[in-house]
Every structure is written in structure tokens, then in C-alpha cells.
Design a protein around this ligand. Structure first.
Ligand SMILES: [Zn+2]
Length: 217
């Protein structure tokens, strides 16, 4: 089973990918990670990539394909791969089909975790955490039981991430739409796209994804 997992920041993609790895033995393949690993391991394509990056140039589609191909030849991907952040363009989508076909595999689904932008802004902008133990809180959904005191460790210090603001969330959403716009229609045409409500409870999202992978949705 090979899938592409799509979703804007905050949709819970990382959590769902980790669950699929743990529960189904799938492997999450993010191009950034693969590139770094290939460079470090000094694979043939990794060496090419290293030279290109050291020259301050962008890594070409050909090199990215080479790195994904090398990764797909490793045994742990045989159970299934979760592509994350790739493909971004029609050309890359075609290359991915080729890479999988050469290995007798195919892409099964493109699963998009959908979010409601306004709800996502609400969810993210209200977040804060205990500075001591890291327990997560939310202005509207989960205040400490005693105001200003962490439920878990009793600390009075809390922190907020500077990028948890409405403007950043909306910019990321726009970037996400721009990135997926070139490839979604391709996979729509092939009937591979499935949508899941990324705003639902984490377990519910997992259940919905499982139903798709098991052919029940
Ligand atoms: Zn705490």
C-alpha cells in the first residue's frame, strides 16, 4: 500500500503518519529527510545532490527521483510508503508513477486531511504550553483548572510559540493550496483522492484513514 498524505500544517499529518508506521509497518518518506540521509550515506545520487547543494543550486527533479528510487529499493519500504511533501508538480507525479511501476508497485490513494481555515486559526492561535513540563493548553478549549497554574506540575510559567498566530496560519494555508494545486487534479482524474476531516478527533481521523486503506470507504 503506497499513499500520498496531504494536509496543511496543523491538520495532524505527522501524527497520522506515525500511527500508520506503527500500526501498518508503512514508512514515511519525506523528501527533505531522504535527501539528507542520501547525502550522509554517500549514495550515488546523494553525492550528486551534495555537489549541487554545495554550489548553492536547487536539487533537480532528476536527483530527487534518484533519491526516492534508491529509498524504494530498501526493504523497509516494501510494506508501504507514505509520501510526504512529494510530488509537488505534474512532472514529479509522473516520475513517481514510473518509480513505483519499475518496482512492480503503484500508488493506491492520495489522502487529504482537510481543515476549515477559520477553525484552524482558532485552534492554533489559542495554544500555549507549560514552560516547565510542556503540558498543552488552550485559551478556549483547555484552560488550566486553577488559573495560571499547570494541572500537571504546578508551574506558573507558560509559553506561546511566536508563529502560532492568525497571519502565519493563513499564510501557511495559502502556501499549502499553492503547493497541492498542481497535483490534486491529476490524482482526482485517476480517482485516487480521498478526503478526511482533519478537524475531527485524532482517533476519528485514524479510523477514517484505516477505512480508506482497508477499502471500506
Ligand atoms: Zn506543567
Amino acid at each position: 500500500m503506497n499513499i500520498i498524505l496531504l494536509g496543511p500544517p496543523g491538520a495532524g499529518k505527522g501524527t497520522q503518519a506515525s500511527r500508520l508506521e506503527a500500526e501498518r509497518g508503512m514508512v514515511q518518506l519525506s523528501t527533505g529527510d531522504m535527501l539528507r540521509a542520501a547525502v550522509k550515506a554517500g549514495t550515488p545520487t546523494g553525492l550528486k545532490a551534495k555537489a549541487v547543494m554545495e554550489a548553492g543550486e536547487l536539487v533537480s527533479d532528476e536527483i530527487v527521483s534518484g533519491i526516492i528510487g534508491e529509498r524504494l529499493d530498501m526493504a523497509d519500504t516494501e510494506t508501504g510508503a507514505i509520501f510526504d511533501g512529494y510530488p509537488r508538480t505534474a512532472a514529479q507525479a509522473e516520475a513517481l508513477d514510473g518509480l513505483l511501476a519499475e518496482r512492480g508497485r503503484k500508488l493506491d490513494f492520495v489522502i487529504e486531511l482537510q481543515v476549515d481555515e477559520d477553525a484552524l486559526v482558532d485552534r492554533i492561535t489559542g495554544r500555549f504550553t507549560c514552560a516547565q513540563c510542556g503540558e498543552g493548553y488552550h485559551d478556549r478549549f483547555k484552560q488550566p483548572k486553577v488559573e495560571g497554574t499547570c494541572d500537571v506540575c504546578g508551574s506558573h510559567e507558560f509559553k506561546r510559540r511566536p508563529d502560532d498566530n492568525a497571519e502565519t496560519v493563513r499564510t501557511r494555508m495559502a502556501e499549502y493550496r499553492a503547493k497541492t494545486a498542481p497535483i490534486l487534479p491529476i490524482y482526482e482524474a485517476k480517482g485516487l483522492v480521498r478526503r478526511v476531516d482533519g478537524m475531527a478527533d485524532i482517533d476519528e481521523v485514524s479510523t477514517q484513514i484505516a477505512a480508506i486503506l482497508d477499502g471500506k470507504a
